[in-house]
Ligand binder design. Structure first.
Ligand SMILES: CC(C)(COP(=O)(O)OP(=O)(O)OC[C@H]1O[C@@H](n2cnc3c(N)ncnc32)[C@H](O)[C@@H]1OP(=O)(O)O)[C@@H](O)C(=O)NCCC(=O)NCCS
Length: 265
């Protein structure tokens, strides 16, 4: 495999259009690139980047606003893996709708990282994200993604600025990770509640505390996203004042059908 280096191609405004994903490359053992700026205009540059950099898989996001774009991408060999819906809470405009004093939600403390990792393993078992939807990816490695993300969120500031946990009688039963996107906006990352205690008010309590965290930082907005079919999450968000904002398709394109396997010489 070629060594990973910081390689990206940029737009005229110097925003990276496509770059190698070090974490996905390490996870799957072949070169994976990502783009969140997929359009018909950026496609030629993205294709040449992936070919030049020997990328096996490209994970791409594009707006759902143009159906024709999706149709063209499907014809060009991209496969649709999921649809992500984004919700936004306008903190100044929308008052706190709900408080749940009965559920104890707090910041994690050092030493709880492995408990959060184990909780994520339980919560996201069988979860259907874009990785799991791609049958060419190793399902065992896909299953581990959420545990690894949860653990890294507890450990590293570049992954999350805060991890809130629901502590029920000394047992962690749910969590949400939060990351500052800018000085005015935070994003909810991973969010979930342990399977046996779903439906008991822990999810709205976590969201309320996440909103409190944003308000304490004087932020204007909190955003969060999930798969379009994740009705439980969306119901929780709407009930605490989030509103639908926008959506993206996630597409995968395989440039190498057998990445990581040396070609016969
Ligand atoms: C999303 C999640 C945190 C919600 O927590 P919860 O405890 O299930 O939340 P609630 O019990 O308040 O349920 C919310 C609503 O969704 C409904 N619901 C739950 N599962 C559902 C499903 N599969 N399909 C449709 N509705 C569902 C509930 O009935 C409830 O509606 P109601 O109050 O009208 O009956 C939890 O389901 C979870 O951890 N899921 C797996 C991880 C996940 O999807 N995380 C979000 C993306 S990162």
């Amino acid at each position: 495999m070629k060594p990973i280096q910081e390689v990206r191609t940029v737009t005229p405004s110097e925003r990276p259009v496509v770059s190698l994903s070090a974490i996905d490359t390490e996870r799957f053992g072949f070169r994976v690139a990502r783009t969140s700026h997929l359009t018909l205009d950026t496609l030629p540059d993205i294709n040449s980047f992936c070919e030049k950099e020997a990328v096996g898989l490209l994970i791409a996001r594009c707006s759902v606003a143009q159906l024709e774009l999706l149709q063209s991408l499907l014809r060009a060999g991209f496969e649709l893996m999921d649809t992500l819906v984004y919700y936004v809470h306008d903190l100044a405009r929308i008052p706190q709708r709900l408080t749940r004093e009965d559920v104890h939600v707090r910041s994690i403390v050092p030493g709880e990282e492995n408990q959060v990792k184990a909780l994520a393993a339980d919560i996201f078992r069988g979860y259907q994200g874009h990785y799991q939807a791609d049958k060419k990816l190793n399902p065992f490695k896909c299953e581990q993604i959420y545990q690894s993300w949860a653990y890294r969120a507890c450990m590293f500031r570049d992954v999350a600025d805060e991890v809130l946990v629901a502590d029920v009688d000394g047992r962690l039963q749910g969590f949400i990770t939060l990351k500052m996107n800018s000085s005015t906006e935070a994003e909810g990352g991973l969010f979930g509640v342990s399977t046996p205690v779903r439906g008991s008010g822990i999810a709205p309590a976590l969201m309320c505390r996440a909103l409190d965290w944003c308000r304490a930082k004087d932020l204007e907005k909190m955003v969060i996203s999930t798969q379009i079919h994740n009705i439980a999450s969306q119901k929780v968000w709407v009930r605490v004042g989030f509103e639908p904002s926008h959506a993206f398709y996630t597409l995968h394109k395989w440039y190498d059908p057998n990445p990581g396997v040396p070609s016969p010489s």
